[in-house]
Ligand binder design. Structure first.
Ligand code: DX5
Ligand code: ZN
Length: 218
């Protein structure tokens, strides 16, 4: 199932409630929340208290992308704040299996993300316990970067492995998604598409999301 997950990294942080409602009205399927700690990535965004405050602003699932060095320390806070999916990085300083089980212990969907330099096979040992794998198509840290098409073989390999195991897993791509790149990612096997800049800078985000969906469906 195709899902469009606008990233609030490119939204107006002074009007988050309005921005979330706007995305809901524009047909988004989820809200992608980029959490950065200034250590795992060279940028700082927001923490669980903000997630808790914006939880009441819209009904869409919160797709929380943790770009932080110590995910286990903060997962309980994000779970209690209302996250629906929590994705952490395989490159973070944690035991991945324990981290997946910690997320699942809150009845929340667990995801693992890989940076461009990490081989996709590294997530295979955890695949059976995951709802989603996030393949980064830019170096994490900032919005508005260019899509790395050379990540598509990773998406293909992952989709093939999921099918081989009979797993109905979401494959999310994040970074540089627009009307052109979404078709390439979808064709490779991705079905969840994060978009910051292209959606939030659009004069007509509803139309952009509709176009995304059409392009992703091929
Ligand atoms: C980057 C973030 C992305 C970012 C995507 O580290 O994980 O979610 O917001 O933004 P665009 O779509 O502008 O590349
Ligand atoms: Zn993200």
């Amino acid at each position: 199932m195709i899902k469009i997950s606008p990233s609030i990294l490119s939204s107006d942080y002074g009007n988050l409630e309005k921005e979330l409602k706007r995305m809901e009205d524009c047909g988004a399927d989820m809200i992608h929340i980029d959490v950065m700690d200034g250590h795992f990535v060279p940028n700082i965004t927001l923490g669980a208290p903000v997630v808790k405050c914006i939880r009441k602003a819209c009904r869409l699932p919160f797709d929380v992308h943790l770009m932080i060095s110590d995910p286990c320390k903060y997962i309980p806070d994000f779970a209690e704040a209302g996250a629906d999916i929590i994705t952490f990085h395989l490159e973070a300083d944690c035991d991945a299996q324990k981290t997946v089980e910690l997320i699942r212990s809150y009845n929340i969907k667990a995801g693992i993300s890989v940076k461009p330099g990490t081989a996709i096979e590294e997530v295979f040992p955890y695949l059976d316990r995951l709802s989603m794998v996030l393949v980064m198509t830019v170096e994490p840290g900032f919005g508005g970067q260019s899509f790395m098409e050379d990540m598509m073989p990773k998406v293909r390999t992952l989709r093939a492995e999921a099918e081989r195991r009979g797993l109905d897993i979401d494959i999310e791509v994040d970074g540089g998604i627009n009307c052109d790149t979404i078709a390439k990612a979808s064709e490779a096997g991705a079905n969840v598409f994060v978009s910051g800049n292209a959606v939030f800078s659009s004069a007509d985000p509803k139309k952009t999301i509709e176009q995304f969906r059409a392009k992703a469906l091929g």
